[in-house]
Design a binder for this molecule. Sequence first.
Ligand code: PLP
Length: 445
Amino acid sequence: MNRVYLDHNATTPVDPEVLDAMLPYFSGEYGNASSIHTFGQKARAAVETAREQVAALIGARPQEIVFTSGGTEADNHAIFGIAGAAAAPSSQAHGPSTDAATLSPSLGVPSFSRDVTHAARERLQFTQKNEGPPKVLPLPRIITAAIEHEAVLNTCQALEKRGISVTYLSVDRDGQIDLQALRNSLREHPETVLITVMHANNELGTVQPIEEIGQIAAEADVYFHTDAVQSAGKIPIDVNAFKLDLLSLSGHKLYAPKGIGALYIRGGTRLRQLLYGGHHQRGFRPGTENVAGIVGLGKAAQIAKASLAEDAKRVAALRDTLERTLLQRVPDSRVNGAGAQRTPNTTNITFPGIEGEALVIALDLKGLACSTGAACSSGAVEPSHVLTAIGLPAEDARASLRFSLGRHTTPADIDFALPVIPAAVAYLRELSPTYHKGAKAEVHS
Ligand code: PLP
């Protein structure tokens, strides 16, 4: 059976060139990158080349890249790390630093170039000095958005249980946060230490105004983290232009394997380490390096940097054809998030009257793979928190599907999908008592 995969936001295949680059590190070049003999040195050299390649994709310096087990760990490290440093007494607040000036072969020496958490404490004390009798300093606050991935939302919720306050910014119909609401929240809460707002949304593909958010964060002297898992390799990223302090990315969304990712940490940023162990990656992320995975991520980043512009143009044209034709062929269908800038590969469409899960299964039986939303939440009964956050009633949220194209998607794949989807929707609507009721009610009114 012909099978077409339109679920690249869930995961991507490993690029053949990536696999070729990785293979030697499973066999001949099996050294531990911490060993000082030749085997170890070869592994170390490969890891450092990959660090340069990942850094180049996002405009960072290699020493600001820490390899992780994926996007989830990177998000956890960024958020727990900043909150942990802010909540701890100054003397205990800081783990190692990525600042180039403090590099040492083992643990970096903490640098004092930019201590935002200290700035938040000072702002609070200043505010309180002018507001009468001293009060107990509130714990730090984090600002995030309602449509973040669970890797961010559940980390924030875990921190809330420990007394840290979190502001969840709402979004408009296109999934965009309101910049004025962000400014207001910062003004009302001088204890804020971190803004964490994703770059591109996994379900909608919508892209946040990241440069403006970075400017606001810099003016407020608050750390800024973005989850770039769904944007890295699809649209350009420049950590300096975006004024980012922290950025998460994940290998398996950009044609590298699952179980490898990276966290960008701007030099001088203070964050508590997440894991404790040896001195690997200068103490930032202990654990023997996953050399093959790291080499794969480096190669994938190098390929993405070279092919990003070309891929984006080609994939966006295919996505637009799919979207436009489905809207023409499926009555009442609507695209979600279409008013915002989107990643070129993603479209999210509501087909009123159907159950998303049933449509995914019907399409799978015909050979087409797509998704009802985040892969991690499929099987959950609740409608997508992203779609309800943009204002969709639960019924419409449940009737929505995500199609996400990839670098290897062809016009033939789209030709395959185009008749299959309207036919499956029509079949399910035929079985749906609610859709028919609605249609009849309209006819008689
Ligand atoms: N952030 C976003 C936006 C994602 O889409 C995902 C995965 O779907 C993650 C984080 C988690 O990344 P990983 O699967 O590498 O842990």
